[in-house]
Design a binder for this molecule. Structure first.
Ligand SMILES: [Ca+2]
Ligand SMILES: [Ca+2]
Ligand SMILES: [Ca+2]
Length: 218
């Protein structure tokens, strides 16, 4: 008796799990990659708008919201998502103004579509000299179209950028004095407001903080 009951419960849970898995799979994923990243003030890096289509698609638009006191963002440049169709494509880089990359869009010219994951676009981001701490790059007004002009279901993943200060003693150079300061506090736990030797502000001073200083030495 107990055995059958247990079997039924397990079967019911499995059915529920399968149903949930189906629901979350039925969307095209749009992901800012890398979705988390540690940089220092003045660093320039690339963020890709990566698309994993769940169905055949042929057109897309997006906005990107960012903190303009932390970052400068370039216009978008086209990735391979729609070019992989082998057809010509149309691409508009959008315009950048006060914390918004607005209305970047593109599509396949002609009757074709794609379903293979690829970058739709890339943007170049520079952390300003005043930047510090964590902030998000956020996708907005994202629409993906199937070949007939119908919007498809999408799921968005934004990016978190942490700007860290590796000149621990703030004397204008990153050298072994800064490394030494981190070393002196090795294995200490920290909390907000973080001391400069917990470089990545994760509540503990360890090898990750040492590496951030080492990898940015002048
Ligand atoms: Ca817009
Ligand atoms: Ca220093
Ligand atoms: Ca740390």
């Amino acid at each position: 008796m107990f055995g059958i009951k247990k079997f039924l419960i397990v079967a019911a849970m499995f059915a529920l799990f399968a149903a949930t898995a189906n629901v979350s799979a039925a969307a095209s994923d749009v992901t800012l990659e890398p979705s988390s990243q540690i940089v220092t003030p003045g660093d320039t890096f690339t963020v890709n708008i990566f698309v994993s289509p769940d169905v055949d698609i042929a057109g897309m638009q997006f906005d990107l919201v960012f903190d303009s006191s932390q970052f400068q963002v370039s216009e978008a440049s086209e990735g391979s998502l729609f070019k992989q169709s082998g057809m010509d494509t149309f691409f508009v880089a959008g315009s950048v103004n006060s914390g918004l990359l607005n209305d970047a869009y593109g599509c396949i010219l002609g009757a074709s579509d794609v379903a293979t994951p690829a970058n739709f676009a890339s943007v170049t981001v520079t952390a300003t000299e005043q930047s510090n701490g964590r902030s998000e790059l956020v996708l907005k007004d994202v629409i993906i179209s199937d070949p007939s002009g119908n919007a498809v279901d999408i799921e968005l993943t934004n990016a978190v950028i942490s700007v860290v200060i590796v000149d621990i003693n703030q004397d204008g150079v990153v050298d072994f004095e800064d490394y030494g300061l981190v070393e002196q506090h090795f294995d200490e736990t920290t909390s907000y407001p973080y001391p400069s030797w917990d470089v990545n502000q994760d509540d503990i001073v360890n090898v990750l903080d040492l590496m951030l200083v080492l990898s940015h030495m002048d």
